[in-house]
Design a protein around this ligand. Structure first.
Ligand SMILES: *Cc1c(COP(=O)(O)O)cnc(C)c1O
Length: 488
């Protein structure tokens, strides 16, 4: 046998995979024990300047093989990474994935069923479509709802707004291009995710193609101001075709008043897109569902499973109330797809519904996790996060040296440290930034910051299923101590 053949055979040796796989799982399970317990020798974020890390991870690669197995590299990767399973991870809206979901991600990686066409991923495709119908049902979108799983909320917003434009522009933008008709506009709250502006630029509208309506004091879209935005767009020679509302805005977790926005859209024949990347999961809870009232009237909804559904990134549902819109988004020949009877088999090729060609089996982990734990588990998890945020907010209100930005509408809480003698302004803003850097360097917590109209605020997402009240009490003393050290 050729020596090269032997090397290839070795690389695919199932017995080596078995042994190494067991070692990898053991290492990861040991890691989970420490991370979930918030072990004192495990900083949430082992912060190092990039220049230092780059020296530790050079791409000086040998031509020949090494005997290193997973045990040689994995501990170093773990040690240098940000630990999302640490209960004091309260940073960005990325979840600490369920172990079972991580296992199924590995299955997806090994099977590698590309899924652009049905025959490249029959199980992946059907699971995806079943999940989408289930998610559409949870949101109340009706029996005709359908959609696609894609790689992230940003790409999801692009996908939905492409469909919106094709449906409402009044001319065939897909074939003729954006210049084949009048300039278009998207109406959105000033608090909308930054991807909406990017989408506008990608669609050829320019960033000025997003016309903003102001938010109220709780960062919710003011529906009575939408008509001003519409008129401003018209006055600028643009034809509005869609309104983007947030169900859980990124900065503060605010829920826009969807009923009023839906009324406005019906009155003016506009597409209603709800960016529920973070907050759509609240629909799983009977108690929290009213915060999403009106979402069932949306033309399209984006819902990230890697945020509040405990699965690894990226897995985003793009849902359409009229499921046929999903098949028409990227359709060069939409009329063919809409033709009675002909659409059926094509509709199973998910590549027609997303910009992606090859993609992972994006629904596998979520499907398996839902089956394992049951939908009630997810509802309880979402409720726990939201309740914890409410009690954290109450704690902040009681503390005289802290200011709460607003009552949290979900599990995102923004606040700042306001020591006596430092009023709002650049000094207070810089202080928040400096104390945050100090906390990151110490590694006790991971939290982020955001700029709101009143200034810079610290921002936390209580997304870890095991974060406790005691952790939040400790967070306040950590912020206070870091603030005092920085103010001194
Ligand atoms: C996180 C988020 C996005 C972006 O989603 P990705 O999956 O990170 O691309 C979009 N909109 C809102 C409201 C978000 O919170």
């Amino acid at each position: 046998m050729e020596p090269c053949d032997q090397r290839l055979r070795d690389a695919f040796d199932p017995e080596r995979f078995r042994a190494e796989g067991h070692r990898a799982i053991d290492l990861l399970a040991d890691y989970l024990v420490r991370a979930l317990a918030g072990a004192s020798d495990l900083p949430v974020l082992p912060w190092r300047p990039p220049g230092e890390l780059v020296a530790q991870w050079p791409a000086e690669l040998a031509v020949g093989p090494s005997d290193d197995d997973v045990a040689a590299l994995l501990p170093r990767v773990l040690a240098g990474s940000t630990h999302l399973h640490h209960p004091r991870y309260v940073g960005h809206q990325v979840t600490s994935p369920l172990p079972v979901a991580a296992l199924w991600e590995m299955v997806s990686a090994l099977l590698n069923n590309g899924m652009a066409v049905y025959e490249m991923g029959p199980v992946g495709t059907t699971i995806e479509r079943s999940l989408l119908r289930w998610m559409g049902g949870v949101l109340g979108l009706g029996a005709a709802a359908d959609g696609v799983l894609t790689s992230g909320g940003s790409l999801g917003n692009l996908t939905a707004l492409l469909a919106a434009r094709q449906a409402k522009a009044g001319f065939d933008v897909w074939s003729g291009g954006a210049h084949a008709g009048p300039p278009l506009a998207i109406l959105a709250c000033q608090e909308a995710h930054y991807s909406v502006r990017r989408v506008a630029a990608i669609l050829g509208l320019g960033e000025a193609g997003v016309v903003s309506a102001p938010a109220d004091e709780r960062f919710r879209l003011r529906p009575e101001r939408l008509d001003d935005a519409r008129r401003a767009a018209l006055a600028a020679g643009r034809r509005p075709f869609a309104v983007v509302a947030s169900a859980g805005s990124t900065a503060t977790g605010a829920f826009d008043p969807l009923e009023e926005v839906a009324d406005f859209c019906r009155e003016h024949d506009l597409w209603l897109h709800v960016d529920g990347a973070h907050g759509a999961a609240l629909a799983l809870s009977e108690r929290l569902r009213p915060r999403l009232a009106g979402i069932e009237r949306a033309d399209s909804v984006v819902w990230d499973a890697h945020k509040m559904l405990l699965v690894p990134a990226l897995a985003t549902a793009v849902l359409f109330r009229d499921g046929r819109r999903s098949a028409a988004t990227f359709a060069q020949e939409a009329s063919y797809l809409y033709a009675p009877g002909a659409a059926d088999e094509n509709a199973w090729d998910v590549g027609t519904r997303t910009f992606e060609c090859t993609k992972r089996m994006l629904g596998l982990a979520l499907y398996a996790a839902l089956r394992r734990h049951g939908t009630g588990f997810f509802a309880a998890y979402v409720e726990r996060c939201v309740d914890l945020a409410a009690s954290f907010a109450a704690r902040l209100r009681r503390a005289p040296d802290f200011e709460l930005a607003t009552e949290p509408a979900c599990n995102i809480v923004c606040f700042r440290w306001t020591p006596r003698g430092v009023g709002p302004g650049p000094a207070l803003d810089q202080l928040q930034g400096r104390l945050r850097r100090r906390i990151l360097a110490e590694g006790g917590f991971y939290l982020v910051q955001t700029r709101l109209p009143a200034g810079v605020f610290l921002r936390t997402t209580l997304i870890h299923p095991l974060t406790r009240e005691a952790d939040l009490e400790a967070l306040l003393s950590t912020v206070r101590d870091a603030g005092r050290a920085e103010a001194a």
